[in-house]
Design a protein around this ligand. Structure first.
Ligand SMILES: O=c1[nH]c(=O)c2ncn([C@@H]3O[C@H](COP(=O)(O)OP(=O)(O)OP(=O)(O)O)[C@@H](O)[C@H]3O)c2[nH]1
Length: 187
């Protein structure tokens, strides 16, 4: 089974390929630029991306929207995660969280269009931001928070784990597994 993934994020694509290959699903990257609302919930943004990719004529395609949320800042950066991190980087995150509650969580949502049917799968991973944030971080492409995010129940950051270990904590992995089960029932 082949499934397209409309994303420009290399890290998301690599994770999807890794998880879905276990279900016999081959993922093909579709690097289109989709407009994203700058407010609202992650699920709303995901469904907007799905609406756009369908309007472009695609089917058998998935989209993903995700973000990190800092407890100290309520719903921030959330849907603005990429835009905020591109501007402030680790230096800005360090300042933002100085002396603040380090509790944080990822929220992610995947939506898929398969022969016109829609599937929506959401998941979340709770944890905290490393304290202090070191100066010499080498982020994975597209996933800059993995090197500074410690999932609940762990002492290591996600970035220090093997891909197999990361899967245990990855909200995206859980959402992808749910989607795979759904897809295998559709086919
Ligand atoms: O360390 C991380 N581990 C993750 O598991 C993760 N998931 C999301 N993010 C961050 O949140 C933004 C979401 O942005 P986003 O959903 O709008 O995607 P994107 O613009 O990067 O790609 P696209 O799929 O829209 O093309 C991304 O850029 C990343 O900064 C993550 N960081």
């Amino acid at each position: 089974m082949k499934l397209q993934f409309a994303t420009q994020n290399e890290g998301k694509l690599a994770e999807a390929k890794r998880v879905l290959s276990r279900f016999g699903i081959e993922v093909i990257g579709l690097p289109v630029d989709l407009w994203e609302p700058s407010s609202g919930e992650i699920e709303t943004v995901t469904l907007e991306k799905l609406r756009q990719i369908r309007r472009m004529g695609y089917d058998r395609v998935m989209v993903d929207d995700a973000g990190i949320f800092f407890a100290a800042y309520d719903h921030f950066p959330g849907v603005l995660t990429k835009r905020v991190f591109d501007r402030i980087g680790y230096r800005g995150v360090r300042k933002l969280l100085e002396g603040e509650d380090r509790t944080a969580w990822f929220e992610g949502c995947i939506a898929v269009s398969w022969d016109g049917e829609t599937g929506v799968f959401a998941a979340r991973t709770s944890g905290r931001i490393l304290d202090p944030i070191p100066d010499d971080i080498r982020p994975e492409p597209g996933l800059p928070f993995n090197p500074i995010f410690i999932p609940d129940g762990e002492t290591r950051v996600l970035g220090a784990m093997t891909p197999e270990e990361q899967m245990k904590y990855s909200y995206r992995c859980r959402a992808l597994e749910q989607m795979a089960e759904w897809l295998l029932n559709q086919a």
